[in-house]
Design a protein around this ligand. Structure first.
Ligand code: SF4
Length: 422
């Protein structure tokens, strides 16, 4: 490795359980070299590859510079996925013969000064369920995966700005990231209470100027505003309700997380876009029935989502805490790990994942005729939402970013967190 230390998410376990889920929901882009390699493997229908589906689909780029992805079967699975949920390329030619994207999943590697920090994608059910071998015992495998993607100059990459007007060096940037982690993970109270307090001091930090403040003085500043958060932040029960405008903005964000853009739907380009537009209009109105954006959801009234669900089920605190720790520690919320956006804005976007997941979990529960959440609702909702977080280009575009900033500027994020956790 080119002179960096690898920082692992040591609280997390993971092993592949061959569920084949990643091969059903991801679009696997292939480089020209990978395309040539797979072509040279000589796949035919005799190997079980569907005769009526292309192995490669032109999905981006001009006719003289086409970019390809792997084709999909009629049920949405990759053309190489067999009936047992296993990869035919892996079975016949070994792991190294697969496209890079398949080999890396569910890991994500991000620069952190002299370190490369490792995060995981919670779209994988084994990551959500914390199933498998501790990551701390897989250091050599993770190092080998890192070698495939981490650029040579990774230790020279600049840190993300703190907010639009402030950029610090890596040491002070990581000092702030460490304080977020400490406040969210180590502090007292439920994960919801910790999130409300962290939102409070991050709102201050988003307006701070650091012209003369460096090193330990940043710690002192954060300690001061964290101290104030204990008296100034209302309890979850006393947090004001989100306004109707905030809830409308938030539903549009939720609609983005609720999508499942399968290869087949993307191939029906115009009719799919029309379907999404109609769904967005209904999400904006928030009345009547919720249009199911993927098979996991049933058509239920918007109104049912707004009722009290009696709090979070056992295990939800651990799940959200672990999720937030992996994402913060793995720098999977800002900079290279999240559309190159600043630390404070990236934190607000990550905080919004919590109420978005709770909204989707409520939708799953109502669809199963329940008025209370069970842990499985939250696990399924988190896998659905995290599939998009940091990977769906729409979430990195100005409309979605403006929505997050606006909800933060009007102090609505904490209200949404409290409202959907009750
Ligand atoms: S190439 Fe193999 S691992 Fe990659 S998506 Fe297809 S079936 Fe899954």
């Amino acid at each position: 490795m080119s002179g960096y230390r690898l920082e692992l998410p040591t609280i997390q376990n993971w092993s592949c359980h061959n569920c084949g889920g990643c091969c059903r929901q991801h679009l696997i882009e292939v480089t020209d070299e990978e395309k040539r390699r797979i072509e040279s493997q000589g796949w035919t229908p005799a190997d079980g590859i569907p005769a009526d589906r292309p192995i490669f689909v032109w999905h981006a780029g001009a006719p003289w510079n086409k970019q390809y992805r792997l084709g999909h079967q009629p049920d949405g699975g990759c053309v190489f996925l067999d009936e047992r949920g296993l990869c035919r390329i892996h079975a016949k030619f070994g792991e190294a013969a697969k496209p890079l994207a398949c080999r890396i999943y569910p890991y994500a590697f991000h620069p952190a000064g002299q370190e490369v920090t490792v995060s995981l994608r919670f779209s994988c059910p084994s990551v959500v369920g914390n199933k498998g071998k501790p990551i701390s015992q897989q250091k050599e495998d993770v190092k080998a995966t890192a070698r495939l993607v981490v650029p040579e100059d990774v230790t020279k990459l600049p840190p993300p700005p703190i907010h639009a007007a402030e950029r610090l060096d890596w040491s002070d940037t990581l000092r702030i990231v460490g304080a977020i982690e400490d406040s969210l993970i180590q502090d007292e109270g439920s994960v919801i209470a910790r999130l409300l307090r962290t939102l409070y001091w991050m709102e201050f930090l988003g307006k701070a100027t650091f012209s003369k403040i460096r090193g330990e003085r940043i710690d002192e500043l954060i300690d001061l505003i964290r101290e104030a958060s204990y008296t100034d932040v209302p309890t979850v029960g006393d947090t004001p309700l989100p306004t109707s405008i905030a809830r409308m903005q938030f539903r549009l964000l939720v609609a983005q997380y609720a999508r499942r853009d399968t290869a087949l739907e993307l191939e029906r380009r115009w009719s799919y876009r029309w379907k999404l537009l109609r769904a967005a209009t209904r999400f904006a109105r928030g009345q009547g029935m919720i249009p199911p954006l993927q098979a996991a959801f049933r058509e239920v009234p918007f109104e049912a989502i707004e009722a009290s669900f009696g709090g979070l089920p056992a295990g939800a605190d651990e799940l959200f805490t672990r999720y937030l720790e992996v994402k913060i520690h793995g720098m999977h919320f800002c900079g290279r790990g999240y559309y190159d956006i600043p630390v404070v804005e990236g934190f607000f976007a990550l905080a919004l994942v919590v109420p978005a997941v709770l909204w989707l979990a409520r939708w799953l529960a109502v669809g199963a005729d329940r008025k209370q959440l069970i842990l499985e609702d939250i696990e399924r909702a988190l896998a659905i939402a995290d599939h998009h977080h940091g990977y769906d280009p729409a979430l990195g575009q100005s409309t979605a970013r403006r929505r997050v900033r606006q909800l933060a500027a009007t102090n609505e994020i904490g209200r949404l967190v409290a409202w959907y956790s009750r």
